[in-house]
Design a protein around this ligand. Sequence first.
Ligand SMILES: NC(=O)c1ccc[n+]([C@@H]2O[C@H](COP(=O)([O-])OP(=O)(O)OC[C@H]3O[C@@H](n4cnc5c(N)ncnc54)[C@H](OP(=O)(O)O)[C@@H]3O)[C@@H](O)[C@H]2O)c1
Length: 184
Amino acid sequence: MSVKLNLIVAVSENMGIGKNGDLPWRLRKEMAHFTRLTTSTKTPNRKNIVVMGRLTWDSIPEKFKPLPNRINFILTRSDRDFSQYKDTYKFSSLKEIISSLETEKFKNEFESVWVIGGASVYKEALSSPYFHRLYLTKVQKNFDCDAFFPQLPESLKEISDTEVPVDVQEERGIKYTFHVYQRV
Ligand SMILES: NC(=O)c1ccc[n+]([C@@H]2O[C@H](COP(=O)([O-])OP(=O)(O)OC[C@H]3O[C@@H](n4cnc5c(N)ncnc54)[C@H](OP(=O)(O)O)[C@@H]3O)[C@@H](O)[C@H]2O)c1
C-alpha cells in the first residue's frame, strides 16, 4: 500500500468549510500555506497531485484553473469534459484514482497526493486505508457555512511537521492555528 493520501483543510469552530460554493473567509496567508504545502516537492521533476470534488473545482476562479504546478484530479460522476485544462484529469471514484496512481502514466510523475476537498471527498479519504495525514487549519471563529468537515476519527494523534508553523496566526482580526494529525 504505497499510496498515501494527505488531507488539507481549513475549518471554522463550528466545523464549517464552505458557503455558497466558496470559502467562508478570505485569509490570504492561510491560502499561501495551502499553496506552499500542496505545491512543494523534494524531487525537482515531480509534481504533487491535488484531488478534489467537482464543486471544489467549480469554486476555483477560472483564471486560477488548473491549480498551477500541480496535477489536478477531479472527482465527478458526470461526463463533463476537462480536457481543455493542462495537467487535469477526471475520475469517477476514489478507487479509480488509487489504481491510476500505480499506472505508468502517473507513477513516476508525482511525489505526494493532497486531498483538497470538499466534504464527501474528505469523508471518503479519511476512512480510506490510504489515509496518511490531515493538515488542519483551525480558524478560531464561527462562520455561517453550508459545507462541513466530517467528524474526526478518534484514532488520530497530533504530530509536528517542520514545514508547519506552530505559533498562532492572525489575519483581518481572525486567529488561526495549523495542526498535523496522523493515524495512530
Ligand atoms: N475550507 C476548506 O479548506 C475547503 C476546501 C475545499 C472546499 N471548500 C469549500 O467546500 C465547498 C465545496 O465542497 P462540497 O463538499 O460542497 O463539494 P465537493 O466535495 O467539492 O464536490 C462534490 C461533487 O464531487 C463529486 N464527487 C464527490 N465524491 C465523489 C466520488 N467518490 N466519486 C465521484 N464523484 C465524486 C460529485 O460531482 P458531480 O456532481 O459532478 O458528479 C459531487 O457532486 C465550497 O464551498 C468550497 O469553497 C473548502
